[in-house]
Ligand binder design. Structure first.
Ligand code: AAT
Length: 283
């Protein structure tokens, strides 16, 4: 038997490999190259333009952290906008809240959604929920004319290269601010502080968000298959502070069983390593 390995460059000098059983799907959409693999360690996973997006083993970390953190700060959220997130994992976590009335999901690439519905039901299976409305459009254009509409916006995007680039601009963050209701919260995929290229993107995103939102924090989580394993989300908000305003009891009353998120970790994940704090403060 020949060993098959998926290998991704994390920097010019670092590579990350997963032993795979099969590379079973490959297509080039209008926006990006989409590949699906099957592996023993991480189950099924897919990449976009050669970068790991989602796998069956660690997706729970990312999807717990993008969704439950803001829901514990504002458990009364009714209307949510998800930008990107074509695998459906973020929408899946949101559908667990009966109190959420509407989930609009704007994914630029329909091909990602269709492939995930076929090959990754673990994340895509709740896209059929009647509260989920799918739009296949650029998220940047979608938010432009929205005013005072969403209680929560989750930017579940690729890195700031290719179609994801516009989702890291000041103009986009301003449009999100305007699209949010008065207590609105924006959570965005915020890159990693560790390797230089990701850290530059992270610092830029933070400095722009800080100019627009009165409250702008960053929180961390552990993603074994993303470069360095150390990843961040941004928490930007019009009124709620993510730590002072956490509603622990209310969130725990939802009775959701989660594998990564809990309300103790919620407070801890905003405590950042010194080098990360320094990077963010210098902006
Ligand atoms: N749930 C974790 C999965 C992702 S994939 C991010 C999605 O964002 C992709 O499906 C991509 O097509 C979509 N996307 C990119 N740009 C846009 C845009 N402008 N408008 C709408 N959707 C967009 C996140 C992985 C994070 C990886 C970090 N290294």
């Amino acid at each position: 038997m020949i060993d098959l390995w998926y290998t991704e460059s994390h920097t010019e000098n670092v590579r990350f490999s997963i032993k795979i059983n099969k590379h079973f799907h490959s297509e080039t959409s209008e926006f990006q190259k989409i590949d699906f693999f099957e592996s023993t360690e991480f189950g099924t996973f897919f990449t976009l333009d050669g970068l790991m997006m989602v796998n069956e083993k660690d997706e729970f970390v990312y999807h717990d952290m993008i969704s439950h953190v803001p829901l514990a700060v504002n458990p009364s959220v009714k209307k949510v906008l998800v930008i990107g997130g074509g695998d459906g994992g973020t929408a899946r976590e949101l559908t667990r809240y009966e109190s959420i009335e509407r989930i609009d999901m704007v994914e630029i690439d329909e091909a990602v959604v269709r492939a995930c519905q076929k090959y990754l039901p673990l994340t895509a299976s709740k896209l059929e929920d009647s509260r989920v409305n799918l739009y296949f459009e650029d998220g940047v254009a979608f938010v432009k004319d929205k005013k005072d509409e969403y209680d929560l916006i989750l930017v579940d995007s690729t890195d700031p290269i290719g179609p994801g680039e516009g989702l890291f601009t000041r103009a986009f963050y301003q449009d999100c601010f305007d699209a949010l209701t008065k207590d609105g919260i924006l959570v965005n995929q915020h890159e990693s502080p560790y390797y230089q290229r990701d850290a530059i993107a992270m610092k830029k995103a933070h400095s722009k968000l800080k100019e627009i939102f009165p409250i702008s924090k960053v929180y961390q989580f552990h993603m074994p298959t993303y470069p360095s394993g150390h990843w961040l989300f941004g928490f930007a908000s019009k009124s709620f502070d993510p730590i002072k305003d956490i509603k622990k009891d209310e969130w725990n009353k939802f009775g959701l069983k989660t594998k990564y998120y809990n309300t103790d970790l919620h407070v801890g994940c905003f405590a950042l390593p010194t080098y990360v704090k320094e990077m963010l403060d210098k902006n």
